[in-house]
Design a protein around this ligand. Structure first.
Ligand SMILES: C[S@@+](CC[C@H](N)C(=O)[O-])C[C@H]1O[C@@H](n2cnc3c(N)ncnc32)[C@H](O)[C@@H]1O
Length: 319
């Protein structure tokens, strides 16, 4: 019988899922909650983009394109000079999402879709992208494989890069499931090579090495219609498979590629330091219309239920 490593299984399932029609309506992220999220990010990026004469923003995995739309709208209204100069690149692998993004962003002339990361000065960022990159799943010297019928098979761990990762991160003797995202490290390398000068920002749910013991069975989850699917090994391509991001690994391996961590905090703390977001909260707290009350509750979701689970990592490319 043929076996696939879980990493290969996940890569295939994620690609199929995001290329299906289902991906257009299934995932639910902060930009979809409210434009205040994109506006806060835009304000934060503007401080960093102002360092460059010809600044670029590169978004990895742009979903329906609404985050890009909210950021560009914000610049058009509040930073017309930046809006005039900026180039916005989207790196996306789903043909159906690219089509959707092109529609949502049709009014903007400065957006370009790329299949390779371009050389830029500016900011490369992502929201809920790294969690979609495939992971090797290991436990006590064994690696998870999947057979043709969607059953779990644990085989001896042979992958040298995975073994090196466990050693470097100090996970060798853990008696628990550990997920190893070599694709995240390869992505970091590509990001660093693409940044002539500038910053890398990751927003995602994740953990650090100190917190890994909170997930003895690992963090891989599959979602379908906003619900967790249990038997997802038999549902390849129908469900969105994700793994929490190991932020300690992004910080540690970033060093190899000249990406120095300059900020790491919860999404709540991050948003609460951005004046635009605070102003919006203040304004909405006085609103009594149903729409205002609803927006207020959406902003609170970003701070409360998502606030601690989601982290923001800012890295600077040192030249
Ligand atoms: C959960 S969605 C997040 C979308 C958007 N950033 C948001 O916050 O709404 C993940 C996005 O990453 C894209 N994606 C996932 N894996 C990818 C890969 N390996 N290469 C390029 N895009 C990828 C998906 O197609 C999708 O657009």
């Amino acid at each position: 019988m043929a076996f696939k490593s879980f990493r290969n299984f996940m890569e295939d399932a994620v690609r199929r899922y995001y290329s299906s029609e289902r991906a257009l309506k299934d995932f639910f992220t902060a930009p979809q909650l409210d434009r205040a999220f994109g506006e806060a990010l835009a304000e934060f990026f503007s401080q960093h983009l102002s360092e460059f004469e010809k600044p670029s923003l590169v978004e990895l995995g742009a979903g329906t394109g609404i985050l890009a739309r909210d950021i560009l709208n914000y610049y058009r209204e509040n930073y017309p000079e930046l809006f005039k100069n900026i180039r916005y690149y989207i790196y996306e692998f789903s043909p159906s999402l690219i089509e959707k993004q092109r529609k949502v962003l049709s009014e903007f002339e400065n957006v370009e879709w790329v299949s390779e990361l371009p050389k830029v000065e500016g900011v490369i960022f992502s929201n809920e992208f790294f969690d979609a990159l495939p992971v090797h799943v290991v436990k006590e010297g064994k690696e998870l494989y999947v057979d043709e019928n969607g059953n779990e098979v644990w085989l001896s761990l042979e992958n040298e890069r995975v073994k090196e990762f466990l050693k470097r991160m100090g996970y060798e003797n853990l008696n628990q499931v550990v997920e190893v995202c070599l694709d995240c490290i390869d992505m970091l390398k590509r990001i660093s090579e693409s940044l002539v000068s500038g910053y890398h920002v990751v927003i995602d749910y994740g953990y650090t090495s100190e917190e890994i013991s909170r997930f003895p069975e690992g963090t891989v989850l599959a979602y379908k219609e906003h619900k967790v699917v249990k038997d997802f090994l038999k549902e390849a391509g129908n469900a969105d498979i994700t793994a929490h991001v190991n932020f300690s690994a992004l910080m540690e391996y970033g060093k190899d590629f000249g990406l120095e961590t300059i900020l790491f905090q919860s999404q709540r703390d991050f948003l609460m330091h951005i004046p635009t977001f605070l102003n919006e909260l203040e304004k909405l707290s006085w609103e009594e219309t149903p729409e205002g009350i609803e927006r207020m509750s959406r902003l609170k979701t970003m701070l409360v239920s998502m606030g601690d689970k989601f982290k923001v990592l800012l890295q600077r490319k040192s030249s």
